[in-house]
Write a protein that binds this ligand. Structure first.
Ligand SMILES: [Zn+2]
Length: 472
């Protein structure tokens, strides 16, 4: 029983919606994340308090331990503006629908914070930092870190940027002079507003806390007891190798979606290469890919984007923890790509269009409700998968039904089956109902809201399925 949620957790948390690998990420990631979660768990699993060094050995230490304890209650912040609240809620809904569809989801204001730990639901999984979540704001003086828009303070480290995320199991604390106390809870928060775009895509599960940035995991550690009433302080375990990056100057390019004024900036970082020596064709390919994505998506208000180009997949995996040719980190508006042939309409241009789509849609449309639509739009925009034109996948027999791909099957089946199918489906849906309706209704829909979303778009799941089958 216990293995099942952990495997699902790992599959979704680590494989994410965005890692676009040529290999098959789900199985390997799931097994490594699951095994990584095993060693520290005996105390928590047995419930034995004998010889336990921690203040309460039964309390979960990591996300995997907390979620293994039973169904969570999702708590979403509502103290941002309407769009912020909507994006925050959609990110929580995405995870809930994939992992715990029966789990309740409540707003921060429903918690009786003044009542202390008793005022909270069981196994809380909280989304949003104190600047966007009223429950967290009410206990912010007791939290073992400080977070607000653009700032995270953790121990001796002060991090000023709106691109940091924090995933942590905050150990429970009793009432004291600093606040009413709270139970142990799992938190997904970022210094952006709301700062949680695809935060679940960051590999995590077996650390007490993890700080992420554009590279993924930046700091990992555990909370150590520090004084009375459950106070804790951070103990850092790992920090990633960054030396090359810190000695590297990025080249800034201007993104143009139409002639005339630039619509956004792209900073390209060439890892382990002289920036002006040999990467100019690669930078041009990236720019062409991003511009074509913006045009096809009809996105005109472009964010500034950081692009990291790697000489090899090995180095990319070492620095980011993600193997594969490319992946996007939407909360930091960053793309990581291994250099591929940079010619016109070539592999690097297609990869930039695909990964850029993840960044552009997050900014302009919000998070996708399913990986089917998230990846489908990216594959459709790039027009390619695995180096082949999307149209060349159109005659595949026995494609899995769309309804199955709205749920966990999408990450269960091989990427080589699901991604082209998703791209062809999105293409058919765009022809059938037009891009604005795909964006407005289908993109953010989950398996649970799919039928209603189709109806709102003036179609039915059956019509869309038929259209996508006819196009194959
Ligand atoms: Zn993708």
């Amino acid at each position: 029983m216990r293995a099942e949620p952990l495997v699902w957790l790992a599959a979704v948390l680590t494989a994410a919606a965005l890692a676009c690998n040529t290999n098959e990420p789900t199985k390997a990631d799931a097994s490594s994340a699951t095994s990584a979660a095993q060693p520290p768990t005996p105390a928590a699993a047995s419930g034995s308090a004998s010889a336990a060094p921690a203040p309460d050995a039964r309390e979960p230490r990591t996300p995997n331990e907390l979620l293994a304890r039973g169904a969570p209650t999702f708590v979403v912040g509502t103290s941002g503006d309407d769009l912020t609240d909507k994006k925050l809620r959609a990110q929580a809904e995405l995870v809930r629908s994939m992992l715990f569809p029966a789990a309740p989801l409540i707003e921060d204001t429903k918690i009786d914070v003044a009542a202390g730990p008793a005022g909270w639901p069981k196994n809380p999984v909280v989304y949003g930092g104190p600047h966007v979540n009223a429950a967290l704001a009410a206990i912010s003086r007791q939290l073992p870190f400080e977070m607000k828009a653009g700032l995270l303070k953790l121990g001796r480290d002060t991090m000023s940027s709106d691109t940091f995320v924090l995933i942590t199991v905050v150990p429970g604390r009793a009432a004291d002079a600093d606040g009413p106390g709270y139970p142990t809870f799992l938190l997904y928060a970022g210094t952006g507003t709301p700062g949680v775009a695809e935060i679940n895509g960051l590999k995590h599960g077996s650390d007490g806390f993890l700080v992420g940035d554009a590279f993924g995991a930046f700091m990992r550690g555990d909370w150590a007891p520090d004084g009375p009433t459950g106070k804790v302080r951070p103990l850092l375990r790992v920090s990633q190798e960054r030396e090359d990056l810190e000695h590297n100057d990025p080249v800034t390019l201007e993104l143009r979606t139409k002639p005339g004024k630039p619509a956004g900036k792209v900073r390209v970082w060439s890892i382990r290469a002289q920036p002006n020596a040999d990467d100019a064709p690669h930078r041009s390919a990236v720019l062409r890919g991003l511009e074509s994505a913006a045009k096809k998506l009809g996105v005109e208000d472009l964010p500034d984007i950081d692009v990291f180009l790697y000489p090899s997949g090995e180095l990319k995996a070492k620095l980011t923890g993600f193997a594969g040719d490319g992946h996007a980190v939407p909360y930091a508006r960053a793309l990581h790509m291994v250099k591929a042939p940079p010619g016109p309409d070539g592999p690097l241009e297609h990869l930039a269009a695909h990964e850029g789509t993840h960044i552009l849609t997050h900014g302009a449309w919000g998070p996708p409700g399913t990986p089917l639509l998230g990846e489908g739009v990216a594959v459709w925009v790039s027009g390619h998968y695995g180096g082949k034109p999307l149209a060349s996948f159109a005659n595949k027999e026995k494609a899995p039904p769309i309804r199955a791909l709205l749920g966990p099957d999408f990450r269960r089946l091989p990427e080589g089956e699901t991604y082209p199918r998703a791209g062809l489906f999105v293409g058919a849906a765009v022809r059938e109902i037009g891009l604005p309706k795909v964006r407005e209704h289908l993109f953010g829909a989950t398996a649970a809201t799919w039928d209603a979303a189709c109806a709102a778009a003036g179609t039915t799941p059956e019509k869309l399925e038929a259209a996508s089958t006819a196009s194959r």
